[in-house]
Design a protein. Structure first.
Length: 238
C-alpha cells in the first residue's frame, strides 16, 4: 500500500472517529443528558483517558445508560487500536517514499480535517449533518413511530431546560392558544421558544398554537414535561 493510501486511511479513521463521537453524544442526549455533559463523557469513554467527574454518575444511573456506555467503550477500544495501526503503517511507509510524494500525501489528511472544520464552523452545514445523525440515532434506538421526544439541555436548580419535538400534538393542546393551555399555571411549565418546520426559532407568545413538527424549548420539572407532552426518554428503564 503506497503512502497516499496509508494517509487516506489514517485520515478516514479520524473522520469516522469524529462522526462516532457525535453519534454517541446524540444517543446519550436521548437518555435525558445535557449536550455538553454528554459530549464530554463520550470523549472520555472513547479515548479511554479515564477522566471522571461527579457528572459521570449520571452515566451509571440507569441500566440502559450503562449498556450504552459499555458499547461506547468497546467502539473506543477498537478505534484506538485501528488508529495506532494506521499510524504505524504511515510511519513505516515514509521510509520507502520520496519526499515529494510525502508532501503531496499530507494534503489528503489536511483535506479531511478541512471537512471536519467546515462542519464545525458553519451552522447550516452543521445542522444538515446533525439532521443525518439524528435520523441514524432514531433508527438505532428503534423509535420511528412518531412518538414525541424530549432532550434535556441543562439543569437550573431543581428544574430543567428541555427541547421537545412534537411529532404528535396532545389532545388538550390541539388548536388551543398557549395562553389557554394552562401550562404555566397548572404544571409550572414555561414555553420559551418554538421552532416551526423550516423556520427559525422565535419566542412563544400568548397566541401560539402547537402544530405537528414543532420543536419547543421549555422550562420546568423534567418529569412533568415528559408527562404533559407525552414524551419519553429513549432509553428510560423498563
Amino acid at each position: 500500500m503506497n503512502i497516499y493510501m496509508e494517509l487516506a486511511l489514517f485520515a478516514l479513521i479520524i473522520l469516522i472517529y469524529w462522526i462516532i463521537t457525535e453519534l454517541f453524544t446524540i444517543l446519550f442526549r436521548f437518555t435525558g443528558l445535557p449536550g455538553e455533559k454528554a459530549q464530554f463523557q463520550v470523549i472520555s469513554l472513547l479515548t479511554g483517558c479515564g477522566y471522571t467527574t461527579r457528572e459521570s454518575e449520571m452515566f451509571l444511573s440507569t441500566r440502559k445508560r450503562r449498556h450504552l456506555a459499555r458499547v461506547t467503550m468497546l467502539f473506543g477500544y477498537a478505534f484506538r487500536m485501528t488508529l495506532v495501526s494506521a499510524f504505524i503503517n504511515v510511519f513505516l511507509s515514509l521510509k520507502l517514499t520520496r519526499a515529494e510524494h510525502v508532501f503531496l500525501g499530507i494534503l489528503i489528511p489536511i483535506a479531511f480535517f478541512l471537512i471536519i472544520y467546515v462542519f464545525m464552523r458553519f451552522p447550516k452545514i452543521r445542522a444538515w449533518g446533525d439532521s443525518i445523525l439524528l435520523k441514524i440515532a432514531h433508527r438505532i434506538v428503534g423509535r420511528t413511530d412518531g412518538t414525541n421526544t424530549v432532550m434535556l439541555l441543562d439543569y437550573i436548580g431543581l428544574d430543567s431546560i428541555a427541547s421537545v419535538m412534537l411529532n404528535r400534538i396532545p389532545e388538550q393542546f390541539r388548536g388551543v392558544p398557549l395562553s389557554e393551555t394552562g401550562l404555566k399555571t397548572k404544571t409550572g411549565i414555561l414555553v420559551m421558544l418554538i421552532e416551526k418546520p423550516g423556520k427559525p426559532a422565535v419566542s412563544a407568545g400568548a397566541d401560539t398554537v402547537f402544530t405537528e413538527g414543532d420543536k419547543i424549548t421549555v422550562f420546568g420539572n423534567y418529569s412533568m414535561i415528559c408527562k404533559v407532552f407525552h414524551a419519553r426518554e429513549r432509553f428510560a428503564d423498563d
